[in-house]
Design a protein around this ligand. Structure first.
Ligand SMILES: Cc1ncc(COP(=O)(O)O)c(C=O)c1O
Length: 395
């Protein structure tokens, strides 16, 4: 075998993803791209805000010496100061640049954090359903994933969570607004989580990090705000990016922020910077660090996401699909009308609708629909959903 046994095994497990992409390409070639409704991707459909282009232009027209060179592995001091200042304003906590590490997106940031904190065999808890890459990120650094169920509304189930925490638990990953469900955890939930972690840390004599993966934090609707984990949980680390909120997914720019009062903050920061370097990221992209330093209060236009959420939510619920109304991100996670979500996905393909099965997020019996697509695709897809619902006897 030219590649490792583990990667061979992982490729086999993920083969349905490849099949889905192949099927999408086949349908597009057969019917034309505008007749295929591809709701599988998490790529932002919107463009970066005008302020992004203004800042980028200013930089490019006024280059400074060393602009494209290496900098500190933590990132530019000025960028980290700007982020720290925004976090300090939002939380009232004494954030400084010594609490921020610039990263290659949230994916890069999660790998850096896990590399820094995990000993072989340490357990990392994830809440089902979850972003499947966590499984691979945890395994990359010798950790063991532990899945914990959530409540029917996808909020944490504190009894299940409490029972899952063991002396081996090194971290819990949360993701709010959530991919795939779009749910947001309210402040009361974070406070309860903080209280549980404190009790468990005292009882077990261990440190349990709360890793809050927040790339969708600014994509929220209906006046909802994402409360800060820093106000409820001391041993907390936020990992985020501008992939979604500034529509910069391809630019790979994000950051890690550690709580100013986290245990052994200096050592943790040193470890993170070391791992950012030795995982081969070295530093986050230089030009993007300069640009986002000035855009901490900006976000891409979310009105179109909101319109598309409403169009699909209203249409699908009227057809008899059931789902929690998402308050953030750009996903819907309805219950599959067929117990076998893979079979449901196949039936949807007959109507040129491409979806991701809940199994892909550790929760069979559901499906994920990403409305990060052109609005016209959503509008054109509605009759196809009606036909699909009829075939399944929903309406
Ligand atoms: C929940 C979640 N976390 C992390 C990421 C990775 O984002 P980034 O592009 O910042 O690496 C994604 C991307 O889709 C995501 O959905």
């Amino acid at each position: 075998m030219p590649i490792s046994d583990k990667i061979t095994e992982n490729l086999k497990k993920a083969s349905w993803i490849r099949k889905m992409f192949e099927e999408g390409a086949r349908l597009r070639a057969l019917h034309g791209p505008d007749k295929v409704f591809d709701f599988t991707l998490g790529n932002p459909s919107g463009e970066p805000p005008p302020s992004f282009y203004e800042e980028l232009k200013k930089l490019v027209l006024n280059p400074f010496p060393g602009m494209h060179g290496y900098m500190s592995n933590a990132g530019y001091e000025k960028t980290r100061e700007a982020i720290a200042q925004a976090l300090a304003e939002d939380t009232g906590l004494p954030f400084g640049p010594q609490h921020i590490v610039m990263t290659c997106g949230a994916g890069g940031g999660l790998n850096v954090v896990l590399k820094t904190i995990l000993n072989p065999g340490d357990e990392v808890i994830v809440l089902v359903p979850y972003f499947m890459e966590y499984r691979f990120y945890i395994d990359n650094h010798g950790g063991k994933i532990k899945e914990v169920r959530t409540q029917p509304d996808f909020q944490p189930d504190f009894d299940a969570l409490s029972a899952a925490i063991s002396p081996q638990t090194k971290a819990i990953i949360i993701n709010s607004p959530n991919n795939p469900t779009g749910v947001v955890y309210p402040e009361s939930c974070l406070r309860q989580l903080g209280a549980l972690l404190k009790t468990k840390e005292e009882e077990l004599g261990t440190t349990i990090y709360l890793l809050s993966d927040e790339p969708y934090a600014k994509l929220v609707y209906d006046g909802v705000q994402v409360p800060s984990v820093f106000l409820s949980i001391r041993n907390s680390i936020v990992i985020t990016s501008h992939s979604k909120d500034l529509s910069l997914a391809g630019e790979r720019i994000g950051y890690i922020a550690i709580h100013p009062e986290i245990q052994d903050a200096d050592l943790l920061f040193e470890g993170l910077v070391f791992c950012n370097r030795t995982l081969g990221f070295v530093n986050a992209p230089a030009l993007m660090q300069q640009v986002v330093a000035r855009l901490q209060r900006e976000r891409a236009d979310i009105n179109e996401y909101l319109e598309k959420r409403n169009l699909l939510y209203d249409h699908l619920t009227a057809l008899g699909f059931t789902m929690v109304k998402p308050q953030g991100a750009f996903y819907l996670f309805p219950r599959s009308p067929l117990a076998d979500d893979l079979e449901f996905i196949r039936r949807a393909q007959k109507y040129n609708i491409l979806l991701v099965p809940g199994s892909g997020f550790g929760l069979p019996g559901y499906f994920r629909l990403s409305y990060s697509v052109p609005k016209q695709t959503v509008i054109n897809s509605l009759p196809a959903f009606t036909e699909l619902a009829k075939e399944l006897g929903l309406t």
